[in-house]
Write a new protein. Structure first.
Length: 474
């Protein structure tokens, strides 16, 4: 549909507005001009009627009309365009042209005003406008004051009509001229508006082309949001640029994730292939085959751990959470019990300083995964025969749960890498098959989903993991 186009909508709206404006202005101007023309016509009609009235005189035995007295005066009317009728006591005293039908007084007989303008038609059928002028003619005969007082001076009605054909033609030409000018103006306005709208929408079209040119490999490009862009378009461009930034980071994470997965899986698969190639290189004894099988089993266990961690990361990052009240002391004690053998074998001492009545309102499964990873890393990487301590620090804004262990061999420069996927401080990989390097990365995602945050620090050989919970979760 045409109205799905922004250009069409603007053109229709501007065209309708312009048409309405032209119609209102044309009607106003036309009424003003017509009123002025009719006012001038009526004024001239009244002046002519008064001048004709000056040519009518009352004598002793009747009325005299100067244009009939042979003094060289021309006929006071224009033939075929004007008509004059003089009435007195319902009798037509004079009609010009002589053979014309008098204009009757019946239509204005009840009007008591001295003069009145009304519409009529000439004998030829032409439309006309007439004025009835009532007056008492001048007395031109000699009489004394007593005779004048006794004289009952009659009133004469002079009806003068003039055709309006010329003025109506003028008004008709005026209307057609204004209609033509208005049509030309509307066409010119729409044409100008078409180019103006196209020029105004050109930044949007340019932005659309720029967006269409962005591909998965060019997410680093950004739309121009400088001063050359219209102010109304900048919020949209900024929003799209922010979206591109998020997409770029997401694609970068996915590419990094894919590369890390390929790298991590390549190592155990290469080891598995090497073990199998070695077993097939020459005949082996049953003990050697059993050793090869054990090595392959260890490698497949490592691969399975990586895959399970990946699945767990995906599942918990996309899953829904259900919050409930959780006692931290009991949860931490239960997790430490799961690693009792590791604690005993490494001669570690565990200190749980979390108050027994400390509770938080979070998703139990997410919090359990976070604390299990914290505690597993602590008991696995703490110095042998050292201490693992869990405590809480609470203020008006946050509740911090800190797990501290001795880590004299940990490099402080690696502190920023602990939340990277597949990163392991155990560069010798003697823990291969047990740790995939995805635990803390998963914990960070789960903490963000719960509205919490994770922090790691290493000061004076003490490695500390902190889970910062907002006060609303307590």
């Amino acid at each position: 549909m045409m109205f799905n186009s922004l250009r069409s909508r603007l053109l229709v709206l501007i065209g309708a507005t312009t048409l309405s404006l032209f119609m209102v202005c044309a009607a106003g101007i036309s009424l003003l001009f017509e009123s002025s023309l009719w006012s001038e016509f009526d004024s001239a009609l009244k002046d002519r009627a008064r001048s004709l009235g000056q040519l009518i005189e009352q004598e002793e035995y009747g009325f005299s009309f100067e244009w009939l007295e042979g003094v060289g005066l021309p006929a006071p009317i224009t033939a075929n365009q004007e008509t004059l009728t003089v009435w007195c006591d319902a009798k037509a005293l004079e009609v010009l042209p002589p053979n014309a039908q008098p204009i009757p007084l019946s239509s204005v007989a009840n009007d008591s005003s001295e003069q009145r303008v009304f519409d009529t038609n000439l004998e030829s059928g032409l439309p006309a406008r007439a004025i009835e002028f009532r007056f008492a003619p001048r007395i031109v005969f000699e009489a004394d004051e007593d005779q004048l007082r006794q004289l009952q001076q009659p009133r004469v009605s002079l009806v003068f009509a003039r055709t309006t054909a010329d003025i109506e033609k003028t008004i008709s030409r005026l209307r057609w001229t204004m209609a033509f000018v208005g049509l030309i103006g509307i066409i010119a306005t729409l044409g100008t508006t078409w180019f103006a709208v196209g020029f105004g929408l050109s930044p949007l079209q340019s932005t659309t082309r720029s967006i269409a040119a962005i591909r998965a490999g060019t997410l680093g490009e950004r739309l121009d949001d400088g001063t050359s862009q219209p102010q109304e378009l900048r919020p949209l461009i900024n929003t799209i640029n922010q979206l591109l930034s998020r997409l770029e980071k997401a694609f970068a994470r996915e590419r990094s994730f894919s590369a890390d997965v390929a790298h991590e899986l390549r190592t155990p698969l290469a080891g598995l292939r090497a073990q199998l190639d070695l077993a097939l290189s020459r005949p082996r004894s049953s003990e050697e085959h059993a050793k090869t099988i054990r090595n392959c089993l260890e490698i497949t266990t490592q691969t399975g751990t990586i895959i399970e961690s990946l699945l767990e990361t995906t599942k918990h990052a996309a899953g829904e959470s259900t919050s409930e009240d959780i006692l931290l002391h009991d949860l931490i004690s239960g997790i430490f019990n799961e690693f009792e053998k590791t604690v005993q074998s490494r001669q570690l001492s565990v200190v749980n300083e979390v108050p027994k009545n400390t509770a938080v309102h979070l998703d139990r499964q997410s919090l359990t995964i976070i604390l299990r990873n914290f505690i597993e890393n602590a008991v696995s990487h703490a110095d042998a025969a050292s201490q693992v301590c869990v405590r809480t620090i609470q203020d008006h804004h946050n509740c911090k749960l800190a797990i501290t262990n001795c880590a004299t061999t940990f490099h402080v420069d690696d502190i920023e890498k602990v939340f990277d996927r597949f990163w392991r401080a155990d560069t010798s990989r003697h823990e291969t098959g047990r740790h995939s390097g995805l635990g803390l990365s998963l914990c960070q995602r789960l903490a963000e989903r719960c509205g919490a945050s994770l922090h790691a620090s290493c000061v004076d050989g003490l490695f500390t993991m902190e889970l910062v919970l907002p006060i609303e979760s307590q």
